[in-house]
Ligand binder design. Structure first.
Ligand code: HEC
Length: 144
C-alpha cells in the first residue's frame, strides 16, 4: 500500500516534470523562423565565407557551426546575443577576437564573407544573383 502510494506520487511528479519541459519548449521563441527585413544576401559570398570558416574556425566551432571547444554559432544563446544588432557589430567582434589567438589576421573581406555565412547559418535568406555585402553594407543588416 505504502509502496503503491510512493510509486503514484513519483509518477505524478514525473509527469509534471514532463509537462513543464513540454511547456518551456512551446514558450521558447522561434529561432530560425523569424522574419527579417534584410534583403536576400549573396549565396556566392556566403559559400566563400563557409570555405574560409571551415579552414579558420571550424576546428573550434564545428564545421556546421554547432560548437565544439568554442561555443555554437547557431541557435540559442548565440542568436539571443546577436539578434537585432547590426551585422557590423559581429564583423567587428570577429576582427577583434577571432580566430582565437590569431585575431585580426584575416583580410576584412574574409571577415565580411564569414559574417554573411553566419547570418545564413542563422536563417538569413541568400540568392545566387545578389551582390556581395560590403563592409559598409554590414551596417544595414541585422542578425535575423
Ligand atoms: C582556437 C579555437 C577557436 C578558433 C580557431 C576560433 N574561435 Fe571563435 N571562439 C573560441 C572560444 C573559446 C570562444 C568563447 C570565448 C570568447 O568569446 O573569447 C569563441 C567565441 C566566438 C564567438 C562569440 C560567440 C558568441 O556566443 O557570441 C564568435 C562569433 C566566434 N568565436 C567566431 C569565430 C570565427 C568566425 C572564427 C574563425 C574566423 C573563430 N571564432 C575561430 C574559440 C575559437
Amino acid at each position: 500500500m505504502r509502496w503503491a502510494i510512493l510509486v503514484g506520487v513519483g509518477l505524478t511528479a514525473l509527469s509534471f516534470v514532463g509537462l513543464a519541459a513540454a511547456e518551456s519548449r512551446l514558450n521558447a521563441p522561434p529561432i530560425l523562423a523569424q522574419a527579417t527585413s534584410n534583403p536576400p544576401l549573396s549565396q556566392v559570398q556566403a559559400n566563400r565565407g563557409e570555405s574560409a570558416y571551415r579552414l579558420q574556425c571550424g576546428e573550434c566551432h564545428g564545421v556546421r557551426l554547432n560548437g565544439g571547444m568554442g561555443p555554437a554559432l547557431v541557435g540559442d544563446p548565440f542568436v539571443r546575443k546577436w539578434q537585432g544588432r547590426p551585422a557590423s557589430e559581429l564583423f567587428a567582434f570577429l576582427k577583434e577576437s577571432m580566430p582565437l589567438g590569431l585575431a585580426g589576421t584575416l583580410p576584412d573581406e574574409v571577415y565580411a564573407d564569414i559574417t554573411v555565412h553566419l547570418l545564413r547559418g542563422n536563417g538569413a535568406a541568400t540568392v545566387e544573383a545578389a551582390a556581395d555585402t560590403t563592409i559598409e553594407g554590414l551596417r544595414q543588416l541585422t542578425m535575423p
